[in-house]
Unconditional design. Structure first.
Length: 139
């Protein structure tokens, strides 16, 4: 954390327990040099609507003792994801963004969707490949 020549990404696990682990280091994190993204999946029950997503975001802020600086739309249904899911997530991210005044930094999409995305996608497109298989996807 002290070596400013490195950039790091810390995945806190997406809940208050993981955020609390990060909160232990709040006094060592330079708030001006750190971004904290709230990664939102509109298909998860705890973040499926604006008020629930904001409540969840606030609990992560409380646990981490950091403020969220931007939103990431990561709405998916694993291998069953369709463009409609991504757009559903964008609609929810826009609601949260407008309510809290936070920008949408990225929209995470499987590479297979890149050519099919509408022009009004918010944030930078963050293309991914998926390598991990779920137990029920194994032979």
């Amino acid at each position: 954390m002290e070596d400013k020549s490195y950039e790091a990404v810390i995945d806190m696990g997406g809940d208050k327990a993981g955020a609390t682990a990060l909160g232990r280091y709040h006094d060592r994190l330079d708030k001006d040099e750190c971004d904290m993204f709230f990664v939102l999946n509109a298909n998860r029950p705890l973040t499926a609507d604006k008020q629930s997503a904001i409540r969840y975001l606030r609990s992560i802020e409380q646990g981490s003792r950091q403020k969220v600086t931007a939103l990431v739309n990561n709405t998916h249904l694993c291998g069953d994801t369709e463009i409609g899911d991504i757009m559903k997530g964008q609609a929810l991210c826009l609601q949260v963004s407008q309510e809290l005044g936070l920008p949408i930094k990225y929209t995470v999409v499987h590479k297979k969707f890149i050519g099919d995305l509408p022009d009004d996608i918010c944030g930078e497109i963050f293309p991914i490949d998926i390598f991990m298989k779920k137990p029920w996807e194994m032979e």
